[in-house]
Design a protein around this ligand. Structure first.
Ligand SMILES: [Zn+2]
Length: 420
């Protein structure tokens, strides 16, 4: 494929605008990112659109090869619209538009355009100005709290993987794991694209998820950050909650009964319904699928099916629409988190939060902050170079904050022969 020069693209940009101009084309594409929809569903979800305008918009998108449709010969005529391969190529652009508008509005809304102080591009600088004592003082205080604690609650999020080299927004990584991708897509885009399984995309769905799950859960090594945490926790009364589904904490040595993976666990598949409160080991399915894809012999009879009800099996991950397999098999549940936190009330407990973003705050961040304010003997340690904000501001009084990198802080905090 020839490289596109960014310096001679005026005509391409004009063509792109012509292709997608009009009030409704992009909103319709956006709706179809979630999977196929019927006409009535589209109209309802788009809100303020007339039947004629939606019909015209869909016809134009079909003519341009962006949208396709399948007519199902039911008793009532049933037509489903979905994105074509070319239509999916627009998804990363929509995503960038959304991110850009968010930043633009924040910037304009701040009323300080000249200084740009509140623009998210300057977030790092703003955190740097948060009043914090010397790094060595904070490390000493945090080590002391850990030494004196009776219980340890650990929370981890995606930044711990980013710090050790797995960035789900990297396009190079996407290409490495799943070479079939478009040049512009990263793994987050691919997960969105394959977040739904339906008749017609089963093979593409499993081709992506097989490659992704295999890399994330089985092929990749356990990184040093997780090893440090697991080695430290081994001699402690601990419990962990994570938004990561890659099972690194358990692979590093923590007990599966003491790790709540709130957004799912790539070790398992589950029934999409789900008809039973249980999960299935993914490995044998993935080994088989990898083999079929490499030989190119995958057929519809190879689609993983629930042994109980025959519906699709899907990765145990919130982005494939379903999760909630509370206390299934050996997987720790939300109730186990609550039981542990209740047990620690009033006693010296450290809540160690490592690299948890604010996108799904209820699994870790809010849980930790709200638990800390209910226990005057609790100390919170938050390591986060992007976002040190609080949903429960009172918790900050009991917190030791680190905006330094995870790779710097974790060894200083957890290694027995630290310099502090
Ligand atoms: Zn089932």
């Amino acid at each position: 494929m020839s490289e596109i020069s960014l310096y001679r693209t005026t005509s391409e940009i004009q063509a792109f605008i012509n292709l997608l101009s009009g009030k409704w084309k992009l909103p319709v594409i956006h709706e179809l990112v979630g999977g196929p929809k019927r006409f009535g569903e589209l109209r309802r979800d788009l809100g303020n659109i007339s039947q004629k305008v939606l019909t015209d918009t869909l016809r134009m998108l079909e003519e341009d090869g962006i949208v396709e449709r399948t007519v199902y010969p039911d008793t009532v005529l049933h037509v489903e619209y979905y994105l074509s391969q070319m239509g999916w190529g627009i998804y990363p652009i929509l995503r960038e538009m959304t991110i850009y508008m968010h930043e633009y509005e924040t910037f304009r809304g701040s009323g300080r355009e000249e200084e740009g102080k509140n623009c998210p591009y300057f977030v790092k600088e703003a955190i740097g100005k948060k009043r914090m004592s010397e790094y060595s003082e904070r490390i000493k205080a945090a080590r002391k709290a850990l030494d004196e604690s009776e219980h340890l609650f650990i929370g981890t999020g995606s930044q711990i993987n980013t710090a050790y080299g797995v960035n789900l927004f990297s396009r190079l990584l996407a290409k490495k794991i799943y070479p079939d991708t478009y040049k512009l897509e990263n793994i987050e885009d691919l997960i969105d694209r394959y977040s739904n399984i339906f008749p017609g995309n089963e093979e593409q769905f499993w081709k992506f998820w097989t490659a992704f799950l295999w890399f994330m859960r089985f092929e990749r090594n356990v990184n040093e950050g997780h090893q440090l945490i697991a080695e430290y926790a081994a001699s402690r009364d601990y419990f962990a909650a994570t938004t990561n589904a890659d099972c690194q904490l358990v692979r590093a040595g923590l007990s599966a009964e003491r790790v709540f993976a709130g957004l799912g666990n790539y070790t398992y598949l589950q029934c999409i319904t789900p008809c039973k409160n249980r999960v299935f080991e993914a490995e044998p399915y993935l080994v088989r699928l990898k083999n079929l894809f490499s030989k190119g012999t995958f057929t519809s009879s190879d689609i993983p099916r629930c042994p109980y009800c025959g519906n699709y099996l899907v990765p145990n991950h919130f982005r494939t629409r379903v999760i909630s397999v509370a206390s299934a098999n050996t997987v720790a549940s939300q109730e186990d988190v609550i039981r542990f936190v209740n047990k620690t009330k009033g006693s010296r407990t450290v809540f160690l939060e490592v690299g948890c973003g604010n996108r799904m705050p209820n699994i870790v961040r809010n849980r930790i902050e709200s638990s800390v304010i209910e226990n005057p003997n609790a100390v919170m340690i938050r390591i986060n170079s992007d976002d040190l904000s609080f949903r429960f501001p009172e918790a900050e009084k009991q917190a030791i904050l680190f905006n330094e990198g995870i790779k710097t802080v974790l060894p200083d905090l957890l290694l027995p022969e630290g310099n502090y």
